[in-house]
Design a protein around this ligand. Structure first.
Ligand SMILES: [Zn+2]
Length: 438
């Protein structure tokens, strides 16, 4: 009997030892990042921010920062409230939010549970993510998703709305003449294309609260295939590129009181985990209910606050009025920037005549004879890559960018990518929409 107990004890200790070694190995990288790598990155970005310089106003328009393709409580897989959204937008200086909630059925109505318009200085516009579309009808009414996809996009776009393609790695009818643009960056595509989820999970478990922006960057990919596809589409007609945050605020744990005074715990995808009695043990874990009623919140990843600091659309427009903002979105007068690296306000990419004056900016078509050079002003120094119809034409480091044409100038779509170097490595920072020369 004694020997048997001893054997069991040895086996248990060995198992415990194996588990400990596994945990140490599994968590070694994220722990190292927590204490060494990410604090270093943070210091480098803060030092880099001091290099910001004022940019001349080229366009005469204002720059607005916006997030597009994201979800609120109206979607089955989100519990984000309007006040969660607006608080995060104000913290991150986001001016417009274009939501894409999953519709409740095939008959999709606007308005829905919340009203469109200004909330504390932030423009909020409802839209739908359905059948691979990011759709914003921009007016009240009903969208009938029972008809085929091409008819839906025709219906929305011909009535003045916007249809962009979501999740560009997925199949779409790229020949559909009605869609106006596509996602060129989506955080979910990044995650999906990774072969192992364990390193992502452990990194967010260890670094999810303090260094979430850097955990995002660790799994960042340039999404080269999507960008190449976008370039090839733009050789046929204008396809606007934008970045999707695809935010749900749902990879986290929350709790609230039920009507009868018990505690309801919700887990990932806001699925209910269970209902518990209030006890001495759980009472000390809980806070007083916040304004949305939450008494416990443990947010690991995918929060509005982090996403609104990650991929942001910088848009040139006259005002925050919906018709003006949506007009410039459709025109492609915007670029994507990874804001946690550096705020890109002030950046502009445009075509200039021989007098140096602007003839058109990203998203515009300009006559070859009218433009002498492609130029960019930037609040931060960077490495500028000019891409024509998918081929790299020029790479230059500098404070600003200028590409003067010679006689070999031909028509095509010219877009710019900008990288910054806050530390020892170049980091993708900006993707502009193309300038179309004809
Ligand atoms: Zn989505």
């Amino acid at each position: 009997m004694k020997r048997l107990l001893k054997t069991i004890k040895t086996i248990l200790l060995a198992l415990l030892g194996i588990m400990m070694i596994g945990l140490i190995f599994g968590f070694a990288k994220p722990i190292w990042r927590h204490f060494v790598t990410y604090p270093k990155f943070q210091r480098q970005v803060e030092a880099f921010a001091l290099r910001k310089k004022e940019c001349p106003d080229v366009t005469g328009l204002k720059t607005y920062r916006g997030v597009m393709h994201l979800h609120s409580y109206w979607s089955h897989d989100s519990k984000g409230t309007i006040s969660d959204l607006i608080d995060a937008a104000k913290l991150r200086k986001i001016n417009f939010i274009f939501l894409t909630d999953h519709p409740h059925g095939n008959i999709d109505s606007f308005p829905r549970g919340y009203r469109r318009g200004m909330y504390d200085g932030v423009l909020l516009e409802p839209g739908s993510e359905k059948q691979g579309f990011d759709a914003w009808p921009l007016k009240d009414g009903v969208v009938n998703w029972n008809v085929n996809k091409d008819s839906v996009s025709k219906q929305i776009v011909s009535n003045g709305g916007i249809v962009f393609y979501a999740h560009s790695e997925e199949p779409h009818n790229w020949n559909n003449p009605w869609y106006q643009g596509m996602e060129i960056y989506n955080f979910h595509t990044n995650v999906k294309l990774k072969s192992a989820t364990w390193p992502i999970l452990t990194d967010f478990l260890i670094n999810g609260s303090k260094y979430r922006a850097w955990a995002y960057r660790t799994i960042f990919d340039r999404q080269t295939a999507i960008l190449a596809h976008w370039d090839s589409l733009n050789t046929h007609r204008k396809i606007v590129g934008f970045s999707a945050v695809d935010e749900h605020e749902n990879v986290n744990f929350r709790a609230r009181y039920t009507k009868d005074g018990r505690i309801q715990l919700m887990g990932i995808d806001t699925k209910p985990v269970g209902i518990y009695k209030v006890s001495f043990l759980n009472r000390w874990l809980l806070d007083a209910p916040d304004k949305d009623g939450w008494i416990f919140k443990w947010m690991l990843v995918n929060t509005y606050e982090t996403s609104f600091n990650n991929s942001v659309n910088y848009l040139f427009a006259d005002s925050l009025a919906l018709n003006n903002i949506s007009h410039h979105i459709i025109e492609g007068h915007h670029f994507t920037a990874f804001r946690f690296l550096a705020d890109a306000t002030g950046f502009c990419y445009y075509g200039a005549g021989s007098d140096g004056k602007i003839k058109g900016m990203m998203g515009d078509s300009i006559k070859i004879g009218d433009v002498q050079m492609l130029t960019a002003v930037s609040p931060y120094p960077g490495r500028f890559t000019l891409i024509k119809d998918g081929k790299t034409l020029d790479v230059t480091e500098g404070e600003t960018y200028q590409y003067s044409f010679d006689k070999s100038l031909t028509n095509g779509a010219y877009r710019l990518e900008v990288e910054v170097k806050p530390g020892s490595e170049w980091q993708p920072w900006i993707y502009t929409n193309p300038i179309y020369l004809y």
